[in-house]
Design a protein around this ligand. Structure first.
Ligand code: ATP
Length: 490
């Protein structure tokens, strides 16, 4: 059951954070006020009387932790959540010692903050009603769509925050499965047009000859089978947001027509002559290299500039490996909510997931987690289960090329699979991707053989010690942990 809304005060000198956090908490049903300084905090604490205070530490007029004890003496029921970019143990300890309810290092995940606020309200209300009404135990169940707390995703959140209050055209860039549509939905759902339609069109999914009719509509008799006047996606999205997915696949003639619509704000149906005014926010997306398409005369340069007003580049999953365990657990949770068996993920399994290169990005991770939650007979998904599910593509502690049918077979299978889905996801990264799969296996085995001695391993591998150290760092391989894992496996 969802907890009753609370009064939440958010203090951060970063306007973008205040905006996004404020919106997220409002969407979860809370009443929110925001401020950026200690002076504003003091004033709002007395005028607004919040139940939960979410505050940054580093504020322009002082240290946000200094007054915490006084605030709690004045209002013993208040729950305080500390945010800080100074992600040191010291800051966490200071916050807890002062009596903060929760400490969240920046960058944080919006879902986690919303959950923390929910927990803080539950804690406060349980104290208020000492008899304890356990019905309120769950936090707000609002599903904030974008999971991830890596620096790259924080940058995405900040850009999203900046475009919510305006109508600027957005171009979302990123490989397939990185969450481009999710970003478009988030901008719509958090923005001013949230009560109006969100219409998505995928250029790659519609036969080329039907794209114009689909987007702009058509008149009765415009072509064989056009039995009635039909509104296109532009008209359907009127007042709301039109998401043009895979814009790089749009045929040139349709591009010309789209450009005209964007310039005039009017749509003329196929076979029609009188234009209709439309008011839509455009969010386009592509996994293609548009400047390259322009150079090849396959994309109009003028349309590119029209669309590329605010670009948002989504990182591939392998560029934000830190987020993989969080996302993996998120997908296990959503799978459980969808009625699949509830599974947990052990830490070694989570670590293994971060070593894989995820050519299909978040979508592939989501599919793998769903599959494992169905197939795993245990309640906890183990590293072995992960190895089995990612097949030959994973480093394998017991790896023996004979049982895998030989390295050449493995590489051939891998290459065929990648080339089948490539052109998009594999463009320009195939070689690096293969290296990122085989190299950690080699490094790991060599280190295990020499009991973690990096000088010896570098010598066996025939590479420089610094190069080895850098590679271990890049692949998040910790020689000490490899040894421990091996010992515990015996
Ligand atoms: N940051 C994220 N947090 C949670 N789920 C995510 C995230 N990013 C992507 N997903 C999930 O991954 C799947 C793929 O996302 P989405 O369809 O938005 O990707 P896309 O970049 O638009 O892909 P494509 O280019 O193939 O259309 C969806 O099920 C989406 O919910």
């Amino acid at each position: 059951m969802t907890i009753a809304p609370g009064r939440i005060l958010v203090i951060d000198d970063d306007q973008a954070i205040c905006l996004v956090v404020g919106e997220a908490l409002r969407r979860a049903g809370h009443i929110v006020k925001i401020g950026g300084t200690i002076a504003e905090r003091t004033q709002l604490l007395s005028s607004f009387d919040p139940e939960v205070l979410v505050t940054d530490i580093k504020l322009p007029d002082g240290d946000g932790l200094d007054d915490i004890v006084t605030i709690m003496e004045d209002d013993p029921r208040i729950r305080i959540i500390i945010l800080s970019a100074q992600n040191t143990l010291n800051t966490a300890v200071r916050a807890t010692e002062k009596g903060a309810f929760e400490y969240l290092p920046k960058p944080f995940d919006l879902n986690e903050l919303t959950r923390a606020v929910g927990d803080a309200l539950v804690s406060r209300r349980q104290t208020e009603h000492a008899t304890g009404d356990s019905q309120d135990e769950e936090g707000p169940t609002e599903d904030l769509p974008l999971v991830g707390r890596s620096a790259a995703m924080q940058e995405v959140y900040r850009t999203i925050a900046r475009v919510l209050a305006n109508e600027l055209t957005i171009l979302v860039l990123g490989e397939s499965g990185t969450g481009k549509e999710l970003v478009a939905q988030a901008i719509h759902r958090l923005g001013q047009r949230r009560d109006r339609p969100f219409v998505a069109v995928n250029m790659a999914a519609i036969p080329r000859e039907l794209i114009e009719a689909d987007l702009f509509g058509y008149e009765k008799g415009a072509f064989t089978g056009a039995l009635n006047r039909t509104a296109g996606k532009f008209e359907q999205a009127n007042g709301g947001t039109l998401f043009l997915d895979e814009i790089g696949d749009m045929p040139l003639e349709a591009q010309t027509r789209l450009l005209r619509v964007l310039q005039s704000g009017e749509v003329t149906t196929v076979g029609g002559s009188s234009p209709v005014k439309v008011d839509v926010r455009i969010i386009a997306a592509t996994n293609k290299d548009l400047p390259r398409l322009i150079a090849d005369n396959r994309f109009r340069e003028d349309l590119y500039y029209r669309l590329n007003v605010v670009p948002i580049s989504l990182p591939s999953l392998r560029e934000r490996r830190d987020d993989i365990p969080l996302l993996a657990r998120h997908f296990l949770e959503t799978a459980a909510q969808d009625g699949l068996p509830r599974k947990a993920l052990d830490s070694e399994a989570a670590q293994l997931l971060t070593l894989y290169n995820w050519p299909g990005n978040v979508r592939e991770l989501q599919n793998v987690m769903q599959r494992m939650s169905v197939l795993s007979r245990e309640d906890v998904i183990s590293a072995d289960m992960v190895r089995q599910n990612l097949g030959l593509l994973m480093p394998n502690v017991e790896g023996d090329s004979a049982t895998l049918g030989g390295i050449d077979v493995a590489v051939r299978e891998w290459a065929r699979r990648r080339l089948a889905i490539s052109g998009t996801a594999g463009e320009g990264v195939l070689h690096d991707d293969l290296l990122a799969i085989v190299e950690p296996v080699l490094l790991r085995e060599t280190l295990l053989a020499v009991e973690g001695n990096q000088i010896r391993a570098a010598s066996l591998l025939g590479i420089n010690r610094n190069t080895l150290r850098k590679k271990l760092n890049d692949y998040a391989l910790d020689p000490t942990r490899l040894r421990q894992m091996e010992i515990s496996n015996i």
